[in-house]
Design a protein around this ligand. Sequence first.
Ligand SMILES: Nc1nc2c(ncn2[C@@H]2O[C@H](COP(=O)(O)OP(=O)(O)OP(=O)(O)O)[C@@H](O)[C@H]2O)c(=O)[nH]1
Ligand SMILES: [Mg+2]
Length: 678
Amino acid sequence: MLPPPHAPAPLPVRAAVPLGQPGCSAPPAAAGGRSWAAPERRAREDPLDPPRVDLAERQSEEIPFLVETDLEPAEIVKLDRANEWPDVLATRKRKPSLASEPWDGQKPAYFKGGSSKSKEILAAKRLIATFLRMRDANRLIRMGMTTDPEIDARGWCCVALIKLERYEDAARLAAGPDGQSPIGWTTLRYVVQNLAKAGALEAAMHLSRLQAKSGRTKFITAGSRALQNGVEALALYLQSTSAGMPKLLTAHGTQCSLELERMLEFKNDILAITPHRRFKMFTAAFNQLIRWYGRARLVPQALRACEIMNELGIPRDEMTIHFLSRGCAQQLVNLKIAKRYTQVPPDWPGRRPEVFFMGRVNSGKSSMINALFASLTNDAKVNKQKGNTPGLNFFEVNRERFGLPQFSIVDSPGLGTAYKPSSSLKHFPELIFSYLRNRQSLTHVFHLVDVRMKRLLPADKTLIHLLASAARPRVRYTIVVNKIDIVTRKQANATAMAIKTELAPYADVDIMFSSARTKRGVDQMWAKIWQSVTETPRGRKHKLLGPNELLKLRNTMADYDGEGVPKEATSEDTLADLLDLEEAPPVEASSLVDFGDASAQEEGAAPKVSKKKIPGAYADDWDADQLPDDFYMDEEEPDLQEEVFEQGWASQQAVISRQPQEEDFQATEEAPGPGAGR
Ligand SMILES: Nc1nc2c(ncn2[C@@H]2O[C@H](COP(=O)(O)OP(=O)(O)OP(=O)(O)O)[C@@H](O)[C@H]2O)c(=O)[nH]1
Ligand SMILES: [Mg+2]
């Protein structure tokens, strides 16, 4: 018999089950129970912050979070897992893969969109927004700990906690129950940056390292995200230190440099991504870090950061070198130009070390000094005209900056051909020699060579000879192959190789490349300068023209008679040229005065250049036919269309835009020049 139509159906046994449990159909929003998070804290003074609620006590009141179920009460007790975290590691959407693991081409479900859980996600977002408005950190923490990982409300809860300035809780929540299962990488980056700004460096670095567990995406390896976050955190930490407690900047900077070294464990991951991506991810962060190292007067650390950029193949932009230079030279005074040695500023050996720049005319000495100082207004006068610097130009660096070494950088007039009357050039070698010989505070000599000259020209050899005769064994010597922006890498290497081979019998010279225009090599130059001006004489471990080599060089010159000299030196294409102080005869144009032979020219005795030119004053003694073919090099610098190359800084863009350099250079190389007997 059918029951009467209005009789009530028998009710099943129902009991309340906390939200988020099996058997519960409602969105798992905020199950009760306590666990690792939610440390006991005193209520904030903030009037907007409501008094703390003991959720355990109010369990029964949370009616909206309880729903009915068909389960027996005994089963419910068994299922009371409120004290456990959801199994975060098992259900992570992004699998914690190794960064070096290749991308399998599968997009994680997370990125596909259209999740069936979208309603629940929306509900969770609204709930978090409400909690944030209520400033209820407890509920946020609880929710972050207990929501379904598919919904991933943990990240949003972290963001909300950061907004409530509950940094510690946010950090714990972001690190996961075991401290090793991070939230998604974008949210994690946000948390890391805010922690660093708030001064929690260790937490920030720990969370940065956890990025490596987030797995890779299509183009970015996990380790590179870790380093990116790490460097950003370091820079932000130093920035907030300098704003809040500037006296601790140096200490914190040192701490940061140690942390940076530890982050290098992700090196392979960074090398695995493309340079463009490296540029987008790291360059700005490293620039800021270098900037704050500079402010903290931690120049070695800033130089090391540049070195790390090189190591990891992170491209630089102009701000990198700018910040480095501003850190190294924080104060600059252009003392004076000394046209005679009697006019030079007083010598304070030990107190104010000096770095000397020498080279041929137009080899780019003054430009290089400007590049070192990152000058917005050029301090050393530069001109495409040759012979622009009229005397020794002293720049005093960091005189009133305590905590930084005080030193001078000295620009010098170039030797060689110049558009100047010979009388004003004659005393330059003597001036340079007096300086090299007598200046006690001299610590480092940079000899700049224009890369297009392909080898050491007579003026360069004269300079080396002056340095050798000055007998300053403690002075470091570096040959700088300059202007590498206008030749190919191969040509630059060939020039360096030629110079090295030529000087090999005498000294193992230190050679580096640079370009004042593209700022290449400026950081290496600063590193060398810094080493020279900061170290004590005992700590020297550099390549130098040692006393033995210098002695050899001078003896060789003294008894140069073809006997008793090193075998290599008797070959005319080597330093034997240098040992003869007299320079080759001028090529042409009476306006071009080769200072070495100026007197000869005045007397009208300058021999005209023959078809086959032979460098050196002994040219006439030799049988030209017996010399190897490659011996017939142009004595003077090749005609390189100076107007094209030697544009001023202002017209640099024009030069770059039409890019004539390489073709022009190759053309001039092949074009039959005045000495074309080849
Ligand atoms: N492309 C290029 N041009 C450069 C570079 N460095 C300098 N120049 C140019 O070379 C010319 C000479 O530069 P300076 O710095 O005056 O050379 P210098 O050695 O000081 O010359 P003097 O003082 O006359 O001995 C200028 O027109 C610069 O613009 C460089 O790295 N690349
Ligand atoms: Mg100059």
